[in-house]
Design a protein around this ligand. Structure first.
Ligand SMILES: [Ca+2]
Ligand SMILES: [Ca+2]
Length: 175
C-alpha cells in the first residue's frame, strides 16, 4: 500500500513538474537565472541554447517585473568592472545588469528576440538604443536590464564585450 502510494506520488509529481529543476515557472514559461558562469551577451545566449532555451524574451510590464524580481532574488556577489558606459573602472560587488534576449545582430537597428517571439514590448532607457552615433550603434547589439542610473530600464551594449561579464536569464516554454 505504502509503495503504491509512493509510486502514485512520484507519478503525480512528475506530471506536474512543468519546468526542469531549479527553473521558475511563470505563465506557461520556465525561467532560469544564471549567475555562474557569468558571460557577455553572446556567451549568455550560447549557454541558454545549450540548455534547450534562449535568453529570456519579455512581452509585458508584468513579465518585465517578474524577470527583475527573479534577478534581484537570485543574483550573487560576482565581482566585475564597469566599462566606459559610466567612464570609470570601479570594482562592484553586485552585478548591476542582467542580459535578456533582445538584439539587433541580424539587422542593425531592427531589434528581435532570440526565441523568435515578436517584439511587442520594450522598456528602453531614455536615450537608448543609441541612434546618434553610428559607431556605437554598430558595436552595441545585445541588450541588458540596467540597475544603475535609470533603474530597471534596457540598454544595448557590445555583445562580445570582454568587460561586461554578468548574469543572465534563460527562458523556455513549460511542458
Ligand atoms: Ca546595434
Ligand atoms: Ca547602448
Amino acid at each position: 500500500m505504502a509503495l503504491r502510494l509512493l509510486v502514485l506520488t512520484l507519478l503525480v509529481t512528475a506530471t506536474y513538474a512543468a519546468c526542469p529543476s531549479f527553473w521558475t515557472e511563470w505563465e506557461n514559461n520556465c525561467y532560469l537565472y544564471v549567475g555562474t558562469p557569468s558571460s557577455n551577451w553572446n556567451g549568455a545566449e550560447a549557454y541558454c541554447v545549450k540548455e534547450g532555451a534562449h535568453l529570456t524574451s519579455i512581452h509585458s510590464e508584468e513579465e518585465d517585473e517578474m524577470v527583475k524580481r527573479l534577478w534581484r532574488l537570485s543574483r550573487d556577489t560576482t565581482t566585475f568592472y564597469l566599462d566606459d558606459l559610466v567612464n570609470q573602472m570601479a570594482p562592484v560587488s553586485v552585478a548591476p545588469f542582467v542580459y535578456i534576449g533582445l538584439n539587433d545582430k541580424d539587422e542593425e537597428g531592427t531589434f528581435a528576440w532570440t526565441d523568435g517571439t515578436p517584439v511587442d514590448y520594450t522598456n528602453w532607457m531614455g536615450s537608448e538604443p543609441r541612434q546618434d552615433r553610428q559607431d556605437l550603434m554598430q558595436r552595441e547589439d545585445g541588450v541588458f536590464i540596467w540597475d544603475r542610473k535609470d533603474v530597471g530600464k534596457w540598454n544595448d551594449v557590445n555583445e562580445q564585450s570582454r568587460i561586461l561579464i554578468g548574469p543572465f536569464i534563460c527562458k523556455q516554454p513549460s511542458i
